[in-house]
Ligand binder design. Structure first.
Ligand code: SAM
Ligand code: SF4
Length: 331
């Protein structure tokens, strides 16, 4: 195989991480992620498994080392296991991971592990059943808790929980969520809400809370040790003394991490997004469908697009500059 140039953007950042959305659909309707009445993409606009595989293969040949499957909810995509099996066989891919809401893990955790998912992130924003239902509009907390246990039983190492914290809604659960993670030998990241998409449930400016505020709540109860560890993402980690758990903070609003950005995203309909906070994108589906199997053409288009990667995002909770919702984005 010929040596391809690594993907380096105009700001000298090496791009080695792809977040691949496999569907925009979801079995939950989290208020901060989606509007209540969502219109999803028609099926024919969504990339087929073969198209997803071909696109991922092109990225990996260009030096992408880590792929995270996401959505929408990746586990509701039919044949997701086939895709995992195909991607995990790509030569040069070091790590295949997934972010899920966990609902379907009781049946899927073991097959996912067997098919090649190395690590799982599971999103859980509340440990109170009524609040969880309110936040997700339809979700049963018990199912997610069962999903977490299934992931542990399947033998996944270093499972990470993701919790978006909304002031006045679940900021009183920071300690409980951290305690749950520590008691179960899991890591946890607390995420600042981003203004992606117009939502109706709350005004985003009213629910903003900074990572620093969350860190202070935690520091009052736990002995937190600095950690230089990174999983190649924007999370900054602290270690909890006398435990295996790490606590991470993803702070897109209060602490711009774009300087070390190493990633791009591909939406379920094949749009290559160069930055979470900019609309700039390239339609890879057009190439995949017009020139099936022409990997060289696809790779040229990807390399060219990386040349347009913006330097940074500019989020403002007062306004929605980015009209696409997180489920459309591949969070
Ligand atoms: N459905 C899966 C899940 O919830 O884990 C994967 C997709 S979801 C879009 C990925 C992550 O994005 C979740 O942890 C979710 O909480 C987070 N997320 C969604 N909307 C967000 C927003 N507006 N700001 C910050 N994080 C958001
Ligand atoms: Fe679905 Fe994940 Fe968005 Fe919640 S955050 S609505 S689980 S895609």
């Amino acid at each position: 195989m010929s040596q391809q140039p690594a993907l380096i953007d105009p700001f000298g950042r090496s791009i080695n991480y792809l977040r691949l959305s496999v569907t925009d659909r979801c079995n939950l309707r989290c208020t901060y992620c989606m509007a209540e009445d969502m219109t999803f993409l028609p099926k024919q606009q969504i990339l087929s498994l073969e198209e997803l595989r071909d696109a991922a293969a092109a990225f990996v040949e260009l030096g992408i080392k880590k792929v995270r499957l996401t959505g929408g909810e990746p586990l509701i995509r039919r044949d997701i296991l086939k895709l995992v099996t195909a991607l995990s066989a790509l030569p040069g891919l070091n790590e295949l991971t997934m972010t899920t809401n966990g609902l379907l893990l009781p049946n899927m955790a073991k097959p996912l592990k067997d098919a090649g998912i190395a690590r799982l992130n599971i999103s859980i924003d509340s440990l109170k059943a009524d609040r969880f239902k309110q936040l997700t509009r339809v979700g049963e907390l018990e199912q997610v808790l069962a999903g977490v246990q299934a992931a542990k039983a399947a033998g996944f190492a270093r499972i990470k929980l993701n919790a978006v914290i909304l002031a006045g809604f679940n900021d009183d659960e920071v300690l409980d969520l951290a305690h749950f993670a520590i008691a179960n030998g899991l890591d946890i990241s607390f995420i600042e809400e981003m203004p992606l998409g117009e939502i109706s449930s709350h005004r985003r400016r009213d629910t903003q809370i900074t990572s620093e505020h969350i860190r202070q709540q935690l520091a009052a109860h736990y002995s937190l040790l600095d950690s230089a560890e990174t999983t190649g993402g924007p999370s900054r980690y602290l270690r909890v003394a006398d435990s295996d758990s790490k606590i991470g903070f993803i702070s897109p609003m209060s602490n711009n991490f774009c300087g070390s950005c190493n990633r791009v995203r591909m939406t379920a309909e094949g749009r290559l997004l160069l930055c979470l906070g900019n609309e700039h994108s390239l339609d890879l589906r057009e190439i995949l469908r017009a020139f099936p199997g022409d990997s060289a053409r696809l790779k040229r288009a990807i390399v060219e697009a990386i040349g347009d990667k913006p330097e940074r995002h500019h989020f403002d909770p007062e306004q929605v500059d980015i009209v696409r919702f997180m489920n459309m984005t591949g969070g």
